[in-house]
Structure formats: C-alpha cells, structure tokens
Design a protein around this ligand. Structure first.
Ligand code: XIL
Length: 384
C-alpha cells in the first residue's frame, strides 16, 4: 500500500510551483492557510467557530500542531477514494508543522554511500511545508537505528567516526539551512529503564562514547545557527532513572555551554486492556516544567496512543481520548511547550501495528481519513 508516487508527485508539483512562481492556482492542490504566528506572538484569539481546524486553534494558542509525513503518502488516491489530494489537503488544513517520518534519517538519505545523498523525497516534504506556510522539524542526525549498512558494517576508529558524523551534519543541516524550525540532533541516546548511555547497537555510543552528543550539537549549531537544537527520546514523560539521566546530561550540556535548545518528548503511549497506562496531566506538566527550568523548550514530537487491536473496548478508548486531551492541556499549561506533533496522520500509515503486534488505532484519523474521537479530544483541549 505504499506505491502511489505518480499522483503524489503530480499533485505536489502543482502546489510547489504555484508557491514558487508567485502564481496562485487555487483550484489545484491543497489550500494555503495563513502562516502561523510564532509561539511568542500568537495571533489574536477570536472566538473560534465550531469548524475551526486544529491548526487554527493551536495558532490562536501560540502553539504549533504537527504531524510526521512520509513522501510516499502525498496524494493517496488508492487509499482515499477519488480525490488524490485528500491527504495533502487535510495535512495543510489541520497542521502547521511537519516532520519527515523517515526520509531525513541516515539510511533512507544516505544508503548509497558516504557523502552520497538522496535528497528528492525530503526535498518534496520541505517544499510542501514551505508552500503551505508550515514549520519543519528535522529528524534525525544521530540515532542507533536506520543507519546505512556502509556505516554499520565497518568498525571505524573513534576519530574517523567522529569525522563521519560531522561531515553528515555539515551536509544535511547545510542542505536545509534556514528552512528548519528544529532538528532532533540526537535521538534515543540513553537506554530505557536504566538511563545509561546506549552502546549496544549504537556505533556512536560504543565507539565514540557520550562525547558524540556534544559533537553533534556543536556541529549542528555551527552549520545552521537559526535552527533550534533538540535532544529527542521516549519514556521521558514520567519520572524515573531515564528521565533523571537525561536531565543530568542536558544540565551538564547547558553548564558547559553545549548548544541545546530543547527536549523532544516522543510520547509513544500505550493504554492497557484495563484502561491503565496513561500518565496524568499533572505528571506531564511536572516533567515539562522540570526541563523548562533549565531554559529549554519543550516539544511533544511523536505523539501516538496505542490500544489493543482488534477488540479495544470503551474503557480503553475513553482513556485514549482523555490522554490526547491531557497531552494538549499539559503543553498549553507550560509556556516553554510550543509544539505538539503526532506520529502520522491516520491509523493506516502508523508504525505501531508493524512494530507492536496486536496494538494500533493510535492516531487521530482512521484509515479513510475520518476524524476519530481522539481528534475531538485534541480539538476540545485546544479550546475548540
Ligand atoms: C519509525 C517510523 O515511523 C517507521 O516507519 C520506521 O520503520 C521506524 O521508525 N522513534 C523515532 C522515530 O524517533 O524515528 C520512529 O519512527 C519511531 C520511534
């Protein structure tokens, strides 16, 4: 269900061309909503009509609302009936920020060899966002997963691997210089549970050691001083050894002058069969406040809430909807939190069923782009 490039590219190019050429063929492609104001200067809130979109409501609150996108999901006529632009239109209407779900990662971008890059798909996403006045999160510059074979099959020296990391950041951050709101510079550097530095499966941690984190942030700042630089991870939302470890690390980075601007909370949540599993709104507020106290921004970067499939019952679904609302409310309660990004538009494209067998239905839209109760909860929490 992922081979639908022809209508996608066709649809997309019209949008980008109209934006770039100054023309305005408003009969084709997604609408071009107004550029959202920056979080520090929100547009004047007006009484939202009941039809206000998430994008409009979030903008009125001085927040971005985002989604992960893959280039292959533009213009999904096969999935969404006869309108090949349905997906693109929905994305531009409901969201003010995008992040590449995969195509800016090392493997998709750099699989053909050192310093050989496949820019086409990520460039499509960036142009789509620009044509529609959306912010862009870059994801990600150093991670232990989705690395190319040429990188992982050779045991480089620490010096060589550090040079490879720097040259990759030079290339990628340089390619998108001036276009990226925030980079997830380092992703998932610490082990779940213990919070120790991840070395197993990570060339960065095992060969270079924790110093690679500093190197990556310093290099990214050098190449694009305007991009916000984030550390991004999962299971940081609740107190524990991992949260403490990351807090200690970023405190140390701040103290040592390593340029870090924010923490990305992935927020991949699970509601158990008995309805348990959600962190409380107060827990989320406490966590965001803890990191904000270091002078860091907070963004919720990969929100999804999985339930059992098939068979999730009313209790689970109610807890899922409540959590969607609680995440939004927690972000609104902390001024340092400027963005809430979901990890995909619709359940049919979500990574969850393929990664967590027996789990799914984690997003705000169903397989045919219908709004789910999660959408309503998100919207209500935004004041809609
Ligand atoms: C996932 C993608 O959604 C999948 O398509 C891919 O197969 C694996 O990666 N944390 C992250 C994201 O930081 O990059 C991951 O995305 C989900 C977990």
């Amino acid at each position: 269900m992922k081979s639908r490039l022809t209508p996608i590219v066709g649809t997309f190019l019209v949008v980008a061309a109209a934006a770039c050429g100054g023309g305005s063929d408003t009969t084709t492609g997604p609408p071009t909503p107004a550029t959202p104001s920056t979080p520090s200067t929100p547009s004047t809130p007006s009484t939202p009509a009941t039809t206000s979109t998430l994008r409009q409501l979030a903008t009125a609150k001085g927040r971005y609302v985002g989604t992960a996108l893959d280039a292959t999901f533009f213009g999904q006529s096969a999935l969404f009936g006869t309108n090949p632009a349905a997906y693109d239109t929905l994305v531009a209407r409901e969201f003010s920020m995008i992040v590449a779900g995969n195509v800016m990662k090392w493997e998709p971008l750099n699989r053909n060899g050192r310093l050989t890059y496949r820019w086409a798909n990520p460039d499509l996403l960036v142009a789509f966002a620009q044509a529609n006045g959306m912010k862009i999160r870059g994801h990600t510059l150093a991670w232990h997963q989705q690395n190319p074979t040429w990188l992982t099959s050779t045991t480089y020296s620490a010096d060589t691997l550090t040079a490879i990391l720097k040259e990759h950041i030079d290339s990628v951050v340089g390619h998108y210089k001036g276009k990226i709101h925030a980079w997830d510079v380092v992703n998932e550097a610490f082990n779940d549970g213990t919070g120790t530095l991840r070395t197993t499966g990570s060339p960065w941690g095992s060969i270079i050691g924790a110093g690679y984190i500093d190197v990556a942030f310093q290099e990214a700042r050098k190449i694009d001083p305007a991009a916000l630089l984030f550390y991004n991870d999962y299971n940081l939302e609740t107190p524990g050894a991992k949260q403490d470890s990351v807090f200690a690390r970023v405190s140390s980075m701040k103290a040592r002058g390593i340029p870090i601007d924010g923490i990305g909370f992935q927020a991949h949540f699970q509601i158990n069969a008995d309805g348990s599993g959600a962190p409380s709104q107060q827990t989320l507020v406490n966590t965001f406040t803890r990191f904000a106290s270091l002078g860091l921004k907070v963004e919720i970067t990969e929100l999804d809430v999985r339930v059992r499939t098939p068979g999730a019952g009313a209790t689970e679904l109610a807890a899922q909807q409540k959590l969607y609302g609680d995440v939004v409310s927690a972000c609104l309660a902390v001024s340092a939190c400027d963005a809430i990004v979901v990890w995909g538009v619709n359940d049919g494209e979500s990574w969850i069923p393929g990664t967590f067998s027996g789990w799914g239905q984690a997003l705000m839209f169903d397989d045919t782009l219908g709004k789910k109760a999660n959408y309503d909860a998100f919207r209500t929490a935004l004041g809609g």
